[in-house]
Design a protein. Structure first.
Length: 407
């Protein structure tokens, strides 16, 4: 499980918000034509309380140069804050409150020349914050190597859940965050011993609930599945033995790196060796020669870049590396059960760049969780549905699976 500090999580949210604020400010800078006439006042139509805030609906004045509406108020932390809403809206939402106590909101209209209307003050009483609702509906189930966490976030606002996990008499803290309505996430890396877990919930403004005990949980024993017994089912698999590549390198426990070509451990699927075309899906079928069950796995891309820009730049996310795939299991190679469809994903940010974080993710291996613990199985089918753009080659370095071995 990849975990982040709260600072990192807040930064990711701010990156989405700042461009919007920037556009509003840019509009102010570019439209200053010397007009000093303030816009008219808005008219409040209604107030609707929400969990931790409220929505104020209004009518704008008839001015034709309105840019946005600004709402100023004091949040539950005692901080003076504001929200803005563009001229295309007829409402503005405030947040950051925690209890059902009245809050005074000052509203003003701002035009393209930064002129401000007279302020209109309105009072509203929020409902108790949504973080209490989340605190009450968080539930855990014991899983392999940890616990699975479920919660509903009907407000669909960013929330941070702090998990206090008692390890050797001290609390280890993990943080999960999401703005999704329905959530299912994992906390991994826990020993298979009785473990006390408590939580608190925090919103984006820093409001928190008290710490609540969830109880004692005993994670199920998890181990990395040993790969020394694995063998290729050649008649059901694609040919991945082009050039230095070999299909069986996919499970040799050697992860390819960019720094040297002495560990070139990957498969290379060449269309010329497979009927002249890459016919998706490209199946790699493995006989584990034993029975296992799993709950998660890791996949590594090819790292070494032949004739790359320099000796250390990895080949991650380049056109010939695998991207989307399905995972199937079977006990007879005839009936296959789909465990899930997975996607490494587009690594590029809004500027079209691949961040250092994404490069590190690829180097560490892409982590994937199953929705449920798999049934017992002997055969594994890794079915590649796409790469990052090539119609000639597809590469991959390594797969590791985790669960219970030798059942």
């Amino acid at each position: 499980m990849k975990t982040f500090s709260k600072t990192q999580l807040i930064f990711n949210n701010l990156r989405a918000i700042l461009p919007i604020v920037g556009l509003i400010l840019l509009g102010c800078e570019e439209s200053n034509s010397g007009d000093t006439t303030p816009p008219g006042e808005l008219t409040v139509v209604s107030t609707t309380p929400t969990n931790g805030g409220g929505i104020i609906t209004y009518e704008l004045p008839q001015d034709d140069d309105i840019l946005f509406v600004r709402a100023d108020y004091t949040n539950a932390q005692g901080e003076d804050v504001f929200r803005v809403s563009s001229k295309s809206n007829n409402h503005i939402e405030i947040s950051g409150m925690i209890e059902a106590e009245p809050v005074e909101v000052s509203l003003r209209v701002v035009d393209e020349n930064e002129n401000e209307s007279n302020r209109v003050t309105v009072s509203l009483t929020p409902e108790r914050s949504f973080i209490y609702e989340i605190l009450e509906n968080v539930s855990l189930t014991e899983d392999l190597g940890g616990v699975r966490v479920y919660w509903e976030n009907l407000a669909e606002k960013t929330v941070f859940i702090y998990f206090y996990i008692e390890v050797d008499g001290e609390d280890e803290v993990r943080i999960l965050s999401s703005s999704l309505k329905t959530n299912s996430q994992f906390i991994r890396g826990l020993s298979a011993v009785p473990t006390n877990i408590s939580i608190k919930v925090e919103d984006f403004d820093g409001n928190t609930t008290p710490i609540a005990e969830l109880g004692e949980y005993t994670p199920l024993f998890e181990e990395k599945i040993d790969k020394s017994t694995w063998s290729l089912v050649g008649n059901l698999s694609i040919n991945g033995n082009a050039y230095e590549g070999k299909t069986v390198n996919f499970w040799d426990d050697i992860v390819d790196t960019a720094a040297t070509n002495s560990d070139n451990s990957y498969f290379i699927i060449n269309r010329s060796d497979n009927g002249g075309v890459l016919r998706w899906p490209l199946d790699i079928v493995i006989d584990l020669n034993k029975t296992v069950k799993i709950n998660r796995f890791k996949v590594w891309q090819r790292a070494y870049w032949y004739n790359g820009p320099d000796a250390t730049t990895p080949y991650y996310y380049q056109e010939e590396n695998l991207r989307e795939f399905d995972l199937f299991v079977s006990n007879d190679k005839i009936e296959w059960e789909l465990l899930g469809s997975f996607d490494i994903g587009d690594p590029k940010n809004s500027e079209g760049e691949i961040s250092a974080e994404k490069i590190e993710e690829a180097a560490s291996g892409h982590d994937f969780n199953l929705d449920e613990i798999s049934p017992n199985f002997r055969y594994l089918k890794f079915s590649i549905r796409s790469n990052f753009g090539s119609d000639s080659f597809t590469h991959g370095s390594e797969i590791s699976i985790f669960g219970r071995d030798n059942l």
